[in-house]
Design a protein around this ligand. Structure first.
Ligand code: HEM
Length: 261
């Protein structure tokens, strides 16, 4: 769905290629009533952007780096692929690397995005037909969901469905490759789906591609006092949290000499 313009462009006289700033889109937004164009609303937008834009990619990165360092065969395969592009490869160049993208998909899958059930209401009646992945006996019939019925789905249950993601708690980038991998993408719920899905998907992809490529190529790392429980989903704080005493994913780091690219 195309995002609706807030009207700020018309007021500012900006050209079609210039971007609207977030605060401006609140203050000059003709579809917002005046009581919404307040300092409180600006604070809320700012806090959401700062939180959503930092914690979520940081969680995916921690999970990815734990599994890369715990599984040298995955790390070596990723490093070999990264060495096929220049050392200063851009985001568009990195996005074309299938194994890097598979590692990112798998990190996002095991981060679970937002673990709380996020609600949706459709304005029209819906017919829900379970996919062929629904294997519980007696649950394959279709349902009619009346318009405006509150609904929600749990990312945890989708991302750990054995028939979609076999051995779901194993970090296995392979599952995102080839035809089968492409088919699974519609079950990637880390950013959720629909009109309120994450606003920062592209920025997150750029951050993850560039940071992973830079760290993997520049450093040799060894896990330090870190185990699987530092990245497992043990506590639900609306985002997945590991064991409470976790100090995060820690590693010792040595600069490497990368002769390629
Ligand atoms: C791996 C990284 C990220 C993940 C897994 C993630 C996940 C999510 C999820 C699950 C939501 C809730 C969507 C819903 O309500 O259905 C969300 C919303 C949002 N995210 Fe992200 N996010 C990530 C990175 C970012 C980044 C880098 C930004 C940039 C600032 C960002 C900005 C936002 C904003 C503004 C919303 C609210 C959208 C709305 O309510 O319309 N996110 N994100």
């Amino acid at each position: 769905m195309k995002a609706q313009s807030t009207g700020a462009d018309r007021k500012s006289g900006r050209g079609p290629n210039e971007k609207e700033a977030v605060y401006e889109s609140v203050l000059v937004n003709e579809s917002l009533p005046p009581q919404e164009r307040t300092l409180t609303r600006l604070e809320q937008e700012g806090a959401l952007l700062a939180l959503a834009g930092t914690e979520s990619p940081a969680l995916s990165l921690s999970i990815i780096f734990y599994h890369l360092l715990a599984n040298p065969s995955i790390l070596n395969r990723l490093r070999a692929e990264l060495e096929t592009v220049p050392i200063d490869a851009s985001w568009p160049q990195l996005e074309k690397l299938p194994y890097l993208m598979a590692v990112i998909e798998e990190g996002n899958r095991l981060s679970f995005g937002v673990t709380a059930r996020i609600g949706r209401r459709a304005y029209e009646e819906l017919i829900f037909t379970p996919s062929s992945y629904v294997t519980t006996p007696g649950t394959r019939k279709s349902y009619t969901i009346p318009a405006r019925t509150p609904m929600s789905i749990s990312t945890l249950s989708v991302h750990t469905t054995q028939s979609i993601f076999p051995d779901p708690f194993t970090f296995d980038p392979e599952r995102w490759l080839g035809e089968a991998g492409r088919g699974r993408k519609r079950f990637q719920m880390a950013f959720t789906k629909g009109s309120r899905k994450c606003l920062g998907i592209e920025l997150a992809s750029a951050e993850l591609c560039l940071v992973i490529a830079a760290l993997v190529r520049s450093f040799d790392m060894t896990l330090y006092e870190t185990d699987a429980r530092d990245v497992s989903f043990e506590h639900d704080y609306q985002i997945a949290m590991p064991k409470l005493e976790s100090k995060g994913v820690r590693a010792t780091v040595k600069l490497r000499v990368d002769n390629s690219g």
